[in-house]
Design a protein around this ligand. Structure first.
Ligand SMILES: [Zn+2]
Ligand SMILES: [Zn+2]
Length: 183
């Protein structure tokens, strides 16, 4: 596979526990189908509640931009450029093989943006949804206890948000954590 920017052959590198391809010249990175999502979750597990997948149905955060996109290093199809919400992050995706190309520094920008998002109001939708899911898991006909781990992530999210919005609530959640040290 060759770099979509400078045609140099891509190297295989270990990135956040997965093998991806990188250009040693421009430091662009190629993520095969699903690998970007994995790299994101491996970088910060709290972000597993935030979707970052330009291929999901009804995806509404990515906007196609007219910017010139490169050729897919995997299948030589023309890729398309997408901007993610108001993040300033631009990715290139290949509709054919569902891989994603990121220029140098874009991955970090994505992580920083999503981490900030988690601390702001936009994240509350996710938290509310997550709680609904949790109630379904616990009260549903086939209680899926293995998913309780997800609840710990939600608690952590809430704690983060509470810390931002109400320091009193943050104190309370801290107390809960003291009594339940296994959280
Ligand atoms: Zn390159
Ligand atoms: Zn492709």
């Amino acid at each position: 596979m060759n770099c979509s920017n400078c045609q140099k052959e891509l190297d295989q590198i270990d990135f956040r526990g997965i093998v991806i391809n990188e250009c040693s010249s421009c430091h662009g990175r190629w993520f095969d189908r699903g690998e970007l999502q994995k790299a994101k979750d491996n970088t910060d597990e709290d972000l597993c509640w935030l979707d970052f997948d330009p291929f999901t149905k009804n995806e509404k955060h990515f906007n196609v931009i007219p910017e010139e996109a490169g050729i897919c290093p995997k299948c030589s199809e023309k890729m398309s450029s997408l901007a993610y919400a108001d993040s300033g992050v631009v990715i290139e995706k290949c509709e054919q093989c569902r891989g994603v190309w990121l220029d140098d520094g874009e991955f970090k920008k994505i992580i920083v943006y999503l981490e900030n998002l988690m601390m702001t109001h936009s994240a509350s939708e996710y938290v509310v949804d997550s709680f609904k899911q949790f109630v379904e898991i616990v009260t549903g006909p086939d209680s899926r206890i293995s998913e309780a781990k997800d609840f710990l992530v939600i608690l952590k999210l809430l704690k983060l948000r509470a810390a931002v919005e109400h320091s009193k609530i943050a104190e309370l959640t801290n107390k809960i954590y003291q009594y339940l040290p296994f959280l």
